[in-house]
Write a protein that binds this ligand. Structure first.
Ligand SMILES: Nc1ncnc2c1ncn2[C@@H]1O[C@H](COP(=O)(O)OP(=O)(O)OP(=O)(O)O)[C@@H](O)[C@H]1O
Ligand SMILES: [Mg+2]
Length: 159
């Protein structure tokens, strides 16, 4: 399959959101997005874009006290934020499978906390802080079909 990896560079929150919107438009029920990146790298920001691309109208928050938020879009969106989780067993207790293999799209912040449970078919997005307003965003599409990730940002295909 072509269309597997990209590294993008954004200079603002809005540019990061725009990449999210492009991705969101191409997602289908059952797709899973694993977000990895330090505090403040833009995981919630790109999630907001993805949700918009999926037709979610309300706001998507970074309410870390709630582990899972659901939004209504063209298809349901399940937004996991695993920041407060310490053990894999806690993820298992969340009943994550009910979400993964359901009729919605699952987006997971701090996805590395459940790496052993990542499904084979997934999109990985790694965000890095380069400077105050600059982010490096590495996208790996392992979903098994092409997904357009074009925002207006600096862009380099990696294969
Ligand atoms: N190019 C950029 N892309 C995304 N966010 C940016 C960018 N430049 C600056 N920012 C700022 O970085 C912050 C990103 O916050 P966000 O909540 O999206 O990060 P996060 O990775 O979800 O953090 P947390 O780990 O706390 O959940 C925001 O304050 C945003 O305005
Ligand atoms: Mg966040």
């Amino acid at each position: 399959m072509k269309n597997r990896g990209w590294v993008k560079f954004t200079k603002s929150e809005e540019e990061t959101r725009k990449i999210g919107r492009a991705i969101g438009k191409g997602l289908l029920p059952g797709d899973i997005i694993c977000l990895v990146g330090e505090l403040g790298s833009g995981k919630t920001t790109i999630t907001q874009g993805i949700a918009q691309g999926l037709g979610v109208r309300g706001s998507v928050s970074s309410a870390t006290f709630k582990l899972i938020n659901e939004y209504k879009g063209r298809i349901p969106v399940y937004h996991f934020d695993l920041f407060r989780l310490d053990k894999l067993s806690e993820v298992e207790e969340l009943g994550y499978r009910e979400y993964f293999y359901n009729q919605g799209v699952t987006i997971i912040e701090w996805a590395e906390k459940m790496r052993p449970l990542w499904p084979e078919k997934r999109m990985e997005i790694e965000l890095k802080i380069i400077s105050e307003n600059n982010r490096e965003i590495k996208i790996t599409n392992l979903i098994g079909r092409e997904i357009n990730v074009n925002g207006n940002s600096g862009n380099r295909d990696i294969n």
